[in-house]
Design a protein around this ligand. Structure first.
Ligand SMILES: C[S@@+](CC[C@H](N)C(=O)[O-])C[C@H]1O[C@@H](n2cnc3c(N)ncnc32)[C@H](O)[C@@H]1O
Length: 220
């Protein structure tokens, strides 16, 4: 099965059941706070999932939440959750054909590691953001203990396949070299601040906290 097809079908079923289990904890609350503090009227969520909890928390604050997701079944749930059948659509954000510089905030949370070329996604997000607006996303640090362990597992699976040993289909995730991302943002004129998951949640477990949140401002 192709990677994109996997996320559209198998993964969307998995995520629908996981979303409540992951809940609305310190990480999600802080992201909602970061977005809401910029007092946006209209935001766009890349990879909106079921629309809960992040989109729903913003919607509750009276913010219009548009978005997209590659999984049609998730889009249907998000349209209902966020009461927005028009503004939430199925597809990759690079398929966006709407007005440029239309949103106060464009954000992408807990999705970047499923996207093979996330730099392209960030460029697209920036083009949809109003001058003076913000772009928020999280990535997994390629050199964090968690990601190094995952990469080792992936190499092992590749080797087993090479030997003809049957291993369960598992698509590798796409981790980000933080130094490269920072250089990319500077080159594209995006001023940023970033925080490690541990700083955000207060969870000091270095082995299981690979996420880094970026908040970038688009120049006026
Ligand atoms: C872990 S869920 C996160 C959902 C939501 N952002 C949240 O934080 O609750 C990842 C979502 O990304 C979606 N996804 C994966 N690749 C995508 C892509 N290229 N464009 C848009 N959505 C994508 C999946 O279908 C899934 O709904």
């Amino acid at each position: 099965m192709e990677e994109i097809q996997y996320y559209k079908t198998v993964y969307s079923k998995f995520w629908k059941n996981q979303t409540k289990k992951y809940g609305y904890g310190a990480y999600e609350r802080n992201l909602v706070g970061l977005i809401a503090n910029s007092l946006p009227e209209r935001v766009f969520e890349v990879g909106v999932g079921t629309g809960w909890p992040i989109g729903a928390a913003l919607r509750e604050k009276g913010i219009q939440v548009d978005g997209c997701d590659i999984a049609e079944s998730s889009v249907a749930l998000a349209q209902k959750e966020l009461d927005n059948p028009e503004g939430i659509w199925a597809g990759d954000v690079t398929d966006y054909t709407g007005e440029l510089e239309a949103y106060d905030v464009v954000y992408c949370v807990r999705v970047s590691w499923y996207i093979p070329d996330f730099y392209r996604t960030v460029r697209q997000m920036a083009s949809m953001t109003k001058p003076g607006g913000i772009i928020v996303f999280d990535v997994m640090d390629k050199y964090s203990p968690h990601c190094l362990r995952m990469q080792k597992e992936e190499m092992k699976e590749k080797y087993f396949r090479f030997l003809g040993i049957d291993v369960e289909e598992n698509f590798g995730q796409h981790f980000i070299n933080l130094w490269q991302m920072k250089r990319f943002l500077k080159k594209n004129g995006l001023r940023y601040e970033c925080w490690n998951e541990r700083e955000i949640t207060g969870n000091g477990d270095r082995k299981h906290t690979p996420k880094v949140v970026f908040c970038c401002r688009k120049e006026r």
